[in-house]
Design a protein. Structure first.
Length: 151
């Protein structure tokens, strides 16, 4: 019985050595590998491009935050200088009416400055938000276009 099994196993190995993979199976396997490689290449390229665009959006957002921070510091510095200038002028006042006039003038100037600064902050934040959103929109549009082409 053991000899029969051995013979059968040897017969199967000999048949397998001489056996050929059908051409249609080979063609299918080669085509599958080629299509898989192409799909991977497209996905890899799209991911790389998406990462680059996302990096650009992040850099824009970072630059926006920096611009906003610089504007805050400039305004704070200008406001501090205005306070010191007003304090010096009030310290030199010779009369109460002169002191009151200087104080009133300072308050009016600071209210005007606060209004201007608020408007500038609003315009700057709108501009920076728009730039960031446009970058994000470009990423989304490009990604969807690539998905349409690939699919």
């Amino acid at each position: 019985m053991n000899d029969d099994f051995t013979c059968q196993a040897q017969d199967m190995l000999t048949a397998a050595k001489d056996g050929r993979i059908p051409e249609n199976v080979q063609a299918f396997a080669e085509d599958s590998v080629a299509k898989s490689r192409d799909a991977y290449s497209k996905m890899s390229s799209a991911a790389f491009e998406g990462a680059q665009v996302a990096e650009e959006v992040m850099l824009t957002a970072q630059a926006s935050a920096k611009s906003f921070g610089e504007k805050i510091l400039l305004n704070a510095s200008a406001n501090a200088e205005a306070i010191f200038d007003a304090a010096e002028a009030m310290a030199r006042a010779k009369t109460v009416p002169e002191f009151a006039r200087l104080q009133t003038t300072f308050v009016q100037q600071q209210l005007a400055a606060a209004s201007t600064q608020s408007k500038e902050f609003f315009e700057l934040s709108s501009k920076l938000s728009r730039q960031t959103l446009e970058g994000m929109n470009a990423v989304a549009t490009k990604t969807f276009d690539q998905m349409k082409k690939g699919g």
